[in-house]
Design a protein around this ligand. Sequence first.
Ligand code: GDP
Ligand code: MG
Length: 290
Amino acid sequence: MKTGFVTIIGRPNAGKSTLLNALVGEKISIVSDKSQTTRHPIQGVYDAEDCQIVFVDTPGIHKPQARLGERMNAYAFGSIEGVDLVVLLIDSSVPFGKGDHYILERIKTEKNLIFAFNKIDLVTIETMTSLKATYQASVPHAQILELSALKKALLPELIDAMKPYLNEGPRYFPTQTKTNVSEAFRLTEFIREKVLYYTYEEIPHSVAVTIDHIETVEGVKTLYASIIVEKESQKGILIGQKGQRIRSIRLATIKDVQRHLQQTIALELFVKVEKNWRNSIDRLKEFGLL
Ligand SMILES: Nc1nc2c(ncn2[C@@H]2O[C@H](COP(=O)(O)OP(=O)(O)O)[C@@H](O)[C@H]2O)c(=O)[nH]1
Ligand SMILES: [Mg+2]
C-alpha cells in the first residue's frame, strides 16, 4: 500500500478546495468564487485499493490585510513542511503575476513538486502552453500536469503522477475516514459558504460563524448559530430587506446540511457585530485560527 501526505497550495480561487472535494468524493472543504474562502488547513482522505493519500487543502496565499490574513498565509506555507509532495495548483485563466512569482520563490526548493494547471476548460492551448513554459523555466524540476477540478477532468492522471512520491506503509486512517475536521466545524463552514455566496466585497472576509447550541426535540435537530460581522452596516446587508438575505442563507444551509447529515434539521441564525474580530487574538484563537 502506498501512502503519503500531499499539500495543495496556490493563490486564492485557484480551485484548491474544489480539487480536494473532487479527489475525496465528498464536500469536505467549502468553495466559493470569493478569495480567502478557506481559512484553515483541511485534510481530506483519498482512499483506493492500492494507495491512501491524505490531501491538505490550504488557504490561498495573498497579500494580507489583517492578522487573520497573515495567519492564513502562515498556515499555507506551514502545511508544506514535512509532507511527501507539494501540489501547486494554478488558475490557468489568470495571467502570471507578482503573487505567483512570490509563491514560486517560496516553494522552488521543494524537491517533490507538481505544478497542476487547473481550469483547462477556460483557456486556449496557446495560453496554456505559454503559462506552462513560464513555470517550467523558473522551476525545471517540477512535474507539470493539466486538469479541471470542476469538470473532474484528468484527476486519475493526477493521482497516478503522485504515486511515485508516496511511501510503502499501512493506511494512516481507516478506509471510511474522509476528513480530520470536526462535525461542528463542518457545520459552521456550511453556513459560511452560504454567506459567501450571498454577499459581496468586504463582507465575505469579515464573517465568522459559531455554532452556539444544538438541541434535538422529537427527532428534529435544531442548530443555533451566530454569524459574526465587523460593522453594523454589514449586519444590515446580511439580514437584507425584510430579512430576505438571511432567509436565503438559512434555507440554502438547511438544504446542504440535511443532505450531509441525512436528517431533517432546523436552523436559527443570529447576526452579531464584533468590531475588528479579525485582529482579535482571543477570537482568532477561539476560531482555531491562531
Ligand atoms: N471553470 C472552472 N472553474 C473552476 C475549476 N476549479 C474550480 N473552479 C471554480 O473556481 C472558484 C474557486 O474555487 P475554490 O475551490 O473555492 O478555490 P480555492 O480558493 O483555491 O479553494 C469556484 O467558483 C470554483 O467553482 C475548473 O476546473 N474550471
Ligand atoms: Mg479554498
